[in-house]
Write a protein that binds this ligand. Sequence first.
Ligand code: BG6
Length: 508
Amino acid sequence: MENPANLVLVIFGASGDLTSRKLIPALFSLKVQKLLPEKFAILGVGRTSFTDNEFRRKMRESIISFSEEKKPELNQIDQFAECLNYVAMDNAIPADFQKLRGILLATGKNYDMAPNYIFYMATPPSLYAVISENLAKAGLADQSDGFRRFIIEKPFGYDLESGRELNKKLHSLISETQIYRIDHYLGKETVQNVLVTRFANGIFEPLWNRNYIHRVEITSAENIGVEGRGGYYDSSGALRDMVQNHLLQMVGLTAMEPPSSLEPDAIRNEILKVFQSLQPVREADVPKQVLRGQYTGSTIRGECVPGYRYEKGVSKDSRTETFVAVKFFINNWRWGGVPFYIRTGKRLPTRVTEIVIHFKMTPHHLFQREIGAVSSNQLIIRIQPDEGILLKFDMKDPGSGFNVKNVNMDFHYRDLADMRVPAAYERLLYDVMIGDSTLFSRDDEVETAWKFIEPVQKAWANNPAIKIYGYPAGTWGPSVSNDLIEGCGLTWRYPCKNLSDDGLYCEL
Ligand code: BG6
């Protein structure tokens, strides 16, 4: 693995949750793996005032609580903490950015390194443009003496128009090659494995199309609720929060054509082509193709769970969806006529993300089948938890006659005992440091994804009569979501049927 050039990483929003739960533990893991630059400093920026030592203490605690390293050693944490510094400033005040510039120059001198800077926007989205503008005004976007990379967290805009606006604003300050739009699902090892499964194994390629695939299903279920993010979530909802980005990126990787190389644009061009081929859901068809739900209060394993409308920061008459399921088609040669079903929701029975490829049935049913009219062949790519891959197929049940039994052929990442699956942010932060933008969304991808979502947003905004179904917390969302699935007796795959099956953890 290549060692990144020396640099300073500036994190705006350094006193926030993302920094302490994800970014700092991921950077610490990179340090343990010796993947940080030889000379490296982190400058936390926030409104809360901390001294460097207070900030270091806080980040040490975060590493202890959230690091995915099996046993983070205290001396390693202390060593890592030495590269942490903090500055309190107001992102809206241009003069503060001159101060920042001075600090960065001094840091460069202290650490004896070239002025390579990465700016991470771990702030509320409304600040992305302001911070970028103030950085540019302070001369901190100019790359004449070193690189300047801007990491933008999601959500990238609120709808097509605001997404375009933000792109326009950023492009007036910096070039597209300086922008790294994070979709942390792309940093997940198992999401990247979709590419390897498809394009390193010749056996799948002939089958991966409309001739052999009946339908594709992608589920991203969470058992948690809004976890103190009610304010943000209520103005977002599952469609913006998960579908526009994470789920569509998974669709992109599942449906794309083989890229000509592993160059960032070769891969992103193919994902873009999938997005461009998504058959638009007409506003009038939204009630037939898109189903939304909101969790209601319930008791989960003896514990009372409030309904969404009773979560902190959520309006008492909120019509924000905490569950969404969409049926759509991809209008191209490979996928014409194959329905894609995607769903996501909060307060479902378990946490599971998986891509399920349902293959077509055999043309003639010779044997008595255990599972009736449903095809026995499914390829399940489990993104999380119990990361792995599973192929379901029929075999003869030993004994007289020709009874058929459906069995699994499976691989679990956990069986690779000597390997730890790295956290998404480790991979993404490392990639920004080496300047590899493959796993980041490009401007046109983001806009095309918004374009697909737009009619749904409009239909829901313009037509309050479109139902939002309640579902008790801890269930698989509104049961009518099964009506979306075309075909007699077909339903979503339920990795665990209900809470009593296995609760939080579900095996592949
Ligand atoms: C984030 C969403 O992007 O992804 C959250 O804003 C969601 O609402 C999270 O909980 C899910 O990520 P993961 O990695 O836990 O599946």
